[in-house]
Design a binder for this molecule. Structure first.
Ligand SMILES: Nc1ncnc2c1ncn2[C@@H]1O[C@H](COP(=O)(O)OP(=O)(O)OP(=O)(O)O)[C@@H](O)[C@H]1O
Length: 653
């Protein structure tokens, strides 16, 4: 009686806990959207087990005793046909009660939460998207109606084990148990539909197949019980007829994967399918990769790089939580995910593995930041990716060209960030950029193409930045260029103006934003035109002076324009100053923007400008002309009501 009482004290009733709201949400999503991908639970649970072993190996580099005399790390999968269970057993780092509650009941990654919030209802049905963030442990609930986790943390006593049980609805229970062996056993109690018939996961051959498909790269042995053929031995020894027999399970474990990290093999020995499967494993992308590159780099630092370019940009490419997709290994020992030091930011979409024998095993993120070896790996990776992209872009092969277009559509804007971030590779990056121009539609024109089409006497590559293509095509700034038949590159992505600040020339030809500074068409403008312009300048001087006074505080200067044909006026900013469109964008992002005033350029031939001279409504007209030039340039009016009032009054005259 008193013994029982003691036992109760030691092992009290399991305690009940509720899942964090987001977990409940994920569980719902997983079970409702991913049933057509039920197989993935094998990959996810094997990968968690492998992570747990990696963590132990990592911790043990400082404290050997954590191995508890069992240094042979491995993952086992055990099927019990009678109980209808499948278990994933590892001897990795393990969990104690606090860990289990924390790790299996809440979501640690803030990115996952944000991602969930972003998914709209309709998107939630899309398994592809959900696959992007990896559903991990919870994928077990696609096939199981109950999951039991038994675990004991490395280095902690045997009576500090934990049993965690849940049916995947709102709650889970935990209790303390005795567990002699270190590590975690995750047991799935299969739902009936997954325990019988064609879909049964109790079939050993099916599990073997899935392990080979999804987890062959895991560098730890993955084992299942060995099956042997046992003949029927009849009691009646006189009976000579064969009795048949059956496969029986033994207590011996056999390794079912090659347990060779794919990247350590030579590229010529790895099939495309293996590369693709490996990519899917590490990226949570259900799509094939666009392309990849696998090399052993010899030099000051020796390392293996296996780098993939995905087909589609992830949803969080532009958010802070964007993870870097490179895993770092040191001599096949996993060190860390998302090793951001190994790639420049503008290549953050690249996924893959770096394995170096030259980094220390206990390398930390801080250490990575300072290491010269890491810098050399990062440079090597950037160069390799840019070379890979250039080989697609410059290929004669239509398939490769199509791949490059596909890449550019998804990631073109991100690599433009490299113009500012990676000066050393600026010209390589510039060669990859593609734009629409006034004469060539589609994102097809490179700077080199443009140069090849430049007119005789043209000294610069002209471009214009705008919010969108329609605004770009209708910009007053283009008028003179259109009239003269000079091609202008139209840049319409948000990053263009910022990025182009860093690129002032291409292949020795200056790049000029036609909305900034003076336009000097050089030899393209003949003497007659120049003379006409200076005459107009003189004739207009009184109007110009009056405009300067009226627009004082809004326009820094007023000039007679040489760039306008059809529009009355346009705004021009100085070289190195922000355009109205850029100012607008920065304000929207909540940034403080230094006040700067543009120059108003007027078209002396335009009837509205001619009308200014001696006009009784000069002030109103001047303000309206300025406001309209601002609007045409993608800026926003400070006082739209005043603008409308003025326009209406002028209309009524
Ligand atoms: N076999 C295991 N041994 C030890 N800890 C585990 C094991 N399986 C899961 N865990 C713990 O539970 C946490 C949650 O697992 P889950 O698979 O849901 O997410 P994750 O592995 O962190 O992320 P993801 O699978 O999306 O990459 C893990 O981070 C880990 O701490």
């Amino acid at each position: 009686m008193s013994d029982n009482h003691q036992a109760d004290k030691q092992n009290p009733e399991p305690t009940k806990h509720s899942f964090e709201a987001e977990v409940a949400q994920i569980l719902h999503l997983v079970t409702h959207s991913l049933y057509s991908n039920a197989d993935i639970f094998v990959r996810e649970l094997v990968s968690n087990a492998s992570d747990a072993c990696d963590k132990l190996r990592f911790e043990a580099t400082n404290d050997d005793s954590l191995y508890e005399d069992d240094g042979e790390l491995r993952i086992r999968i055990d099927i019990d046909n009678d109980a209808k269970t499948i278990s994933f057993i590892d001897n990795g780092i393990g969990m104690n009660e606090t860990d289990a509650i924390e790790n299996l009941g809440t979501i640690a990654k803030s990115g996952t939460k944000a991602f969930l919030d972003k998914l709209s209802e309709s998107q939630k049905q899309d398994g592809q998207l959900i696959g992007q963030f990896g559903v991990g442990f919870y994928s077990g609930f696609i096939v199981a109606d109950t999951i039991t986790v038994e675990s004991r943390k490395a280095g902690e006593p045997a009576d500090k084990g934990v049993r965690w049980v849940s049916d995947g609805t709102g709650v889970f229970t935990v209790e303390t148990i005795d567990k002699a062996t270190r590590g975690t056993t995750i047991t799935l109690h299969l739902k009936d539909e997954y325990a019988e018939g064609e879909d049964s996961y109790l079939e050993r051959s099916k599990i073997k197949r899935l392990v080979n498909k999804y987890s062959d790269h895991i560098s730890l042995p993955i084992q299942m019980r060995k099956e042997v053929w046992q003949e029927d031995v009849s009691e009646d020894s006189d009976d000579e007829t064969p009795k048949g027999g059956e496969m029986v399970l033994t207590d011996e474990w056999e390794t079912i994967n090659k347990a060779s990290a794919l990247w350590t093999r030579s590229a010529s020995e790895v099939e495309d399918d293996e590369y693709i499967d490996f990519y899917k494993n590490i990226s949570y992308d259900m799509d094939d990769p666009l392309t990849w590159t696998h090399n052993r780099v010899e030099g000051r630092v020796q390392y293996t790089q296996l780098l993939y370019i995905p087909k589609k940009a992830p949803m969080n490419l532009y958010t802070r939580e964007q993870q870097h997709g490179l895993k770092l290994y040191v001599k096949r020992v996993f060190i860390m995910d998302d090793a951001e030091q190994l790639l420049p930011m503008y290549l953050r979409f690249v996924k893959g593995v770096i394995d170096s024998a030259d980094l220390p095993l206990n390398v930390s993120r801080e250490l990575l930041q300072e290491s010269r070896d890491v810098k050399s790996i990062r440079d090597g990776n950037a160069r390799r990716i840019l070379t890979l992209l250039a080989s697609l872009a410059n290929s004669e092969d239509a398939d490769k060209q199509a791949k490059f277009s596909e890449f550019y559509k998804e990631f073109g804007d991100v690599i433009k960030e490299g113009l500012g971030e990676d000066m050393g590779n600026q010209s390589r990056i510039a060669k990859l950029l593609r734009y629409t121009t006034t004469t060539h539609d589609g994102l097809e024109t490179s700077f080199a193409d443009y140069k090849a089409r430049m007119k005789d006497g043209q000294k610069a590559i002209y471009y214009l930045t705008a919010d969108n293509l329609a605004a770009a095509k209708n910009s007053p700034q283009l008028e003179l260029f259109k009239k003269k038949g000079i091609e202008v590159i139209l840049m319409t992505s948000r990053v263009d103006e910022w990025a182009m600040n860093f690129l002032t020339q291409f292949d020795d030809t200056p790049l000029q934003n036609i909305a900034k500074g003076a336009v000097d068409l050089g030899d393209l403008q003949d003497d007659a035109e120049k003379e006409e312009a200076s005459k107009a300048q003189e004739a207009m001087q009184p109007v110009v002076d009056k405009l300067k006074t009226t627009l004082n505080g809004r326009a820094k200067d007023v000039k007679v324009s040489t760039r306008l044909v059809d529009s009355p006026a346009c705004l021009v900013v100085g070289e190195g100053e922000l355009s109205p469109q850029m100012i607008q964008m920065l304000k929207q992002m909540g940034q403080d923007v230094p006040e700067s005033q543009p120059t108003l350029e007027i078209n002396p031939e335009h009837p509205l400008i001619k009308k200014l001279d001696g006009n009784a409504q000069f002030d109103d007209l001047a303000q309206v002309i300025f406001d309209q030039a601002l609007l045409a340039d993608g800026g926003q009016l400070d006082d739209p009501a005043a603008y409308l009032k003025r326009v209406n009054e002028l209309l009524m005259k």
